[in-house]
Ligand binder design. Structure first.
Ligand SMILES: [Zn+2]
Ligand SMILES: [Zn+2]
Length: 494
């Protein structure tokens, strides 16, 4: 069987096994093994044990070099080979990066497929290279619009960096006349263009950055991208003229998460979302429900790159009573439940978008001892994805004392012979479980000190935090967290 496929010309696809990236776009588990030379017809290659790469994926990556018949026969040849990698990438994800024409997708869709988001939040459209699609790009996008419920879901989903497929598609050069046609296919195109990623960049900035990367390799593509930026700019100006909404960001989830209560005129509350004074109270939960009912974007990062869910967990709010008691962990979980309802699978993407520092929602809940919120976040996602969620890593900053034998003279003169120490920040990658264990140790030390100097309120709040952290640790371990997860453990789903 193998001999009939030998001598097939193969363009080498680009694999970065250290960052875990195919063709500069598709995220995979960084397995540190270069698979760019794997031939789909090499019967001796068995799937990678760390990232799950198989010959199906190698076939998709080389499809552009093959005739349709050969492509179709090859899939038949590989019928018993594993088709999904460990990060949740189906063959369609890999074929999207290959820059092939529409007919190849029709051949692939004769096989069972999935458009689900991988562990990095990418659905297949996030990695679409439109190179050979030409005019059929519009039909192609239209076709995907109806693949999932509600229609258009695949065209609006965000990956872990807050990017939608429109953001990523526009980082490829297109023929000038296609830009506006593409924008007409995407739901909420104007809103998507204005939406930011987790580093706070709008689509046009992403396009500009991508064009600079192309400048030296291909000046023609650079020109196309510049023309695209002009087209998008024109589209946005036109939209602004016809819009009835005032410009600028609207009052919504981010303001509520930061503790805003809306406007109060002479003691009377008027909601800044529905503009009514008597439909609901100014509590965070009522405002939150109102923002949901009025169709505010529940997962859009703000200028600082923070999504509403992260803002809820990382900002402290007080209750509306004379003592201004801080919100309890259960109250925070309740707000989260309104923002990301358990029974709404279309909101699951919001559980995975990172904060500007690269931390997950699970991390932000866990290290703050928000046990109820943590349990809710995990229960709102499918069981097969929970182990990866609790094994994400984050950055921990510790301060290390450095001793010097001489104290330098700030005026630049002779240093005095007085030893001194100063603290230096050190950042390290740590697992969520390890970060929680470190925090727990710190809380216990602080509690010991508080017992000696004896402030009862401080003691009580430290004891409560300690108990919550113990709960957090229990929840993490029950869902498969380990102190030092390897690459497969960190990202494998299903
Ligand atoms: Zn691998
Ligand atoms: Zn309202």
């Amino acid at each position: 069987m193998q001999s009939q496929f030998q001598g097939v010309p193969t363009q080498i696809a680009k694999h970065d096994p250290f960052t875990g990236l195919w063709n500069d776009s598709l995220r995979v588990i960084p397995c540190r093994r270069d698979h760019s030379y794997v031939m789909w017809h090499d019967d001796s290659f068995t799937s990678c044990l760390i990232c799950g790469f198989s010959r199906w994926h190698a076939l998709m990556l080389s499809a552009r070099e093959m005739s349709l018949d050969m492509f179709s026969n090859a899939m038949q040849h590989l019928r018993d080979v594993n088709r999904v990698d460990f990060a949740g990438n189906y063959p369609i994800h890999f074929l999207m990066t290959a820059g092939v024409a529409m007919d190849y997708f029709f051949q692939l869709y004769k096989w069972p497929n999935s458009s689900a988001q991988n562990v990095f939040g990418q659905n297949p459209l996030h990695v679409l290279n439109p190179r050979d699609l030409g005019e059929s790009l519009i039909h192609f996008l239209d076709w995907f619009k109806t693949r999932e419920q509600p229609p258009g879901l695949l065209l609006t989903q965000r990956d872990i960096y807050g990017k939608t497929p429109l953001h990523t598609l526009f980082q490829h050069p297109l023929e000038r006349h296609l830009y506006v046609k593409v924008l007409k296919v995407f739901p909420y195109a104007e809103h998507q263009l204005r939406s930011l990623d987790t580093s706070g960049r709008p689509c046009m900035q992403m396009m500009y950055d991508a064009s600079l990367r192309l400048k030296d390799q291909n000046p023609q593509d650079f020109e196309r991208m510049q023309a695209g930026i002009a087209e998008v700019n024109g589209f946005l100006s036109q939209a602004a003229i016809t819009s009835t909404e005032p410009p600028g960001p609207k009052y919504g989830f981010h303001d509520i998460a930061r503790g805003a209560r809306g406007t109060s005129y002479f003691g009377f509350f008027q909601c800044k979302i529905c503009y009514s004074g008597d439909l609901h109270s100014n509590s965070y939960i009522d405002q939150m429900k109102c923002a949901c009912a009025n169709g505010r974007d529940r997962n859009a990062p703000d200028e600082s790159g923070m999504t509403p869910a992260h803002a809820l967990l990382t900002h402290s709010r007080a209750n509306n009573n004379p003592e201004l008691t801080p919100e309890s962990p259960a109250q925070i979980a309740e707000l989260l439940e309104v923002l990301i309802p358990r029974d709404d699978p279309t909101m699951r993407e919001a559980l995975h978008v990172l904060d500007p520092e690269g931390h997950t929602l699970v991390w932000n809940a866990a290290i703050r001892g928000l046990d109820t919120a943590l349990a809710y976040i995990l229960s709102a996602e499918e069981a097969g994805r929970r182990r990866a969620m609790v094994n994400a890593v984050g950055i921990s900053t510790t301060y290390v004392d450095v001793s010097h034998s001489n104290t330098p003279d700030p005026a630049g003169g002779m240093s005095s012979h007085v030893p001194y120490t100063h603290s230096v920040p050190q950042t390290t990658e740590v697992s969520i479980l390890e970060a929680v264990v470190i925090k727990l140790r710190k809380v216990r030390e602080d509690l010991k000190t508080a017992e000696m100097v004896g402030d009862r309120r401080v003691r009580r709040s430290l004891a409560t935090l300690g108990n919550s952290l113990l709960n957090v640790r229990k929840i993490l371990i029950a869902n498969g967290a380990v102190v030092a997860p390897g690459p497969t453990m960190k990202w494998k789903i299903n």
